[in-house]
Design a protein around this ligand. Structure first.
Ligand code: DX5
Ligand code: ZN
Length: 222
């Protein structure tokens, strides 16, 4: 299957939390495709971020799809709240509950796109039995919980393996990468078959958001 267009999803985690609506508007103007929202509970990951209320408060401020990455356990009791808050995609980790297949069915049942997130130490085999339910596979190229970590090159071979799994399907699944993505690491991921990029620090710490997004999408300039 031909590679899909490259999408960039800036992660709100790296934005200035004192002016979230302005930050969201700024990245939309700068050409971002999706807004990535990292939901952390201080239990599944060792950090706390924000929940459905902030997600809902931001919804009227942008047309960008909301790519909601749930780093919470359990996730099932909160799926409807995030759907109501305006999530377009809801992504779960298989470790967040005993029945990931049921969780993905529940996300579909809420009318949202479903995603599975694979930590650096999670076997890719978790994706195989649920491929028919997935719109997105998100490969963590850092251990989840914090922005600003170093990209794990060990994930490139896993991205390539997932690309082969996806291409053996008869429908597209977005292959997204999250963690340490910047204009230098994104081209490596594109080479391995990824088509969608979460970027926190590389966008929000850059002096020019539009240039940062374009550089991730297009690869580093020489
Ligand atoms: C980490 C989050 C990421 C994080 C990425 O747990 O899932 O989305 O915001 O941040 P950077 O791009 O700075 O590595
Ligand atoms: Zn994330």
């Amino acid at each position: 299957m031909a590679q899909q267009s490259i999408l960039v999803a800036p992660s709100l985690l790296a934005a200035d939390f004192s002016k979230l609506a302005d930050e969201v508007a700024a990245i939309e103007r700068a050409g971002a495709d999706w807004l990535h929202l990292d939901i952390m509970d201080g239990h599944f990951v060792p950090n706390i971020s924000f929940g459905p209320s902030i997600t809902k408060a931001l919804r009227p401020h942008t047309k960008m799809p909301f790519d909601v990455h749930l780093m919470i356990a359990p996730a099932d009791p909160y799926l409807a709240a995030f759907a109501d808050a305006g999530a377009d995609h809801i992504l779960i980790h298989p470790e967040s509950g005993p029945h990931p297949h049921r969780s993905l069915q529940a996300i579909q049942g809420l009318g949202k796109k479903a995603g599975l997130v694979l930590n650096p130490g999670t076997p890719l085999a978790h994706a195989a039995p649920v491929l028919d339910l997935l719109d997105i596979i998100l490969v963590m190229s850092v251990n989840p919980g914090f922005g600003g970590q170093k990209f794990l090159h060990s994930q490139l071979a896993r991205i390539a393996e997932l690309r082969r799994m996806i291409d053996a399907q008869d429908r597209p699944i977005r292959l997204e990468v999250d963690g340490g993505v910047d204009p230098h690491t994104a081209p490596l991921c594109i080479g391995a078959g990824a088509d969608t990029f979460v970027a926190g620090t590389a966008v929000f710490a850059a002096p020019d958001y539009a240039e940062a997004i374009a550089d991730i999408r297009g690869g580093a300039h020489a």
